[in-house]
Design a protein around this ligand. Sequence first.
Ligand code: ATP
Ligand code: MG
Length: 142
Amino acid sequence: MKQTLAILKPDCLQRNLVGKVIDRIEENGFEISGMKMIKMTKEQAEGFYAVHQGKPFFAELVEFMTESPVVVAALRKENAVQAWRDLMGATNPENAAPGTLRKEYAESIGRNTVHGSDSDANATREIAFFFSESDLILTQKG
Ligand code: ATP
Ligand code: MG
């Protein structure tokens, strides 16, 4: 089993879509191995998205991710990184496939409802950014 990091972004919580997104996560066979609601600080958002530093949308991205709370979750599944990205859909909702979360719920390329890790290595880094190892030892299957 692999893991990936999901973030339900501020626009998701602002529009009361948390339940709907978690429903889709569960329906699609992910095991939730950690989950919490946090308000990201500017420093956390800058650190988390450090790979995008210098890009034209970086300041807007940090501003958005810190405007109100998010839900961070570690998800476990076979090929978790790709499976979660498939369920999220393309970054820009205009390009997202029908049935994906971003097609259904994203407001724009910036306010796009969910985040997912883009590789196993980044998933490990991103999960460790928000969770300690002892947070993740529980499994729903006992
Ligand atoms: P995420 O990392 O959030 O899962 P992604 O991997 O699909 O999304 P990235 O290229 O990593 O896309 O961009 C990170 C985030 O930055 C995007 O999800 C989006 O919120 C924002 N972003 C990316 N490109 C733009 C853009 N051109 N204008 C505004 N915001 C953007
Ligand atoms: Mg990304």
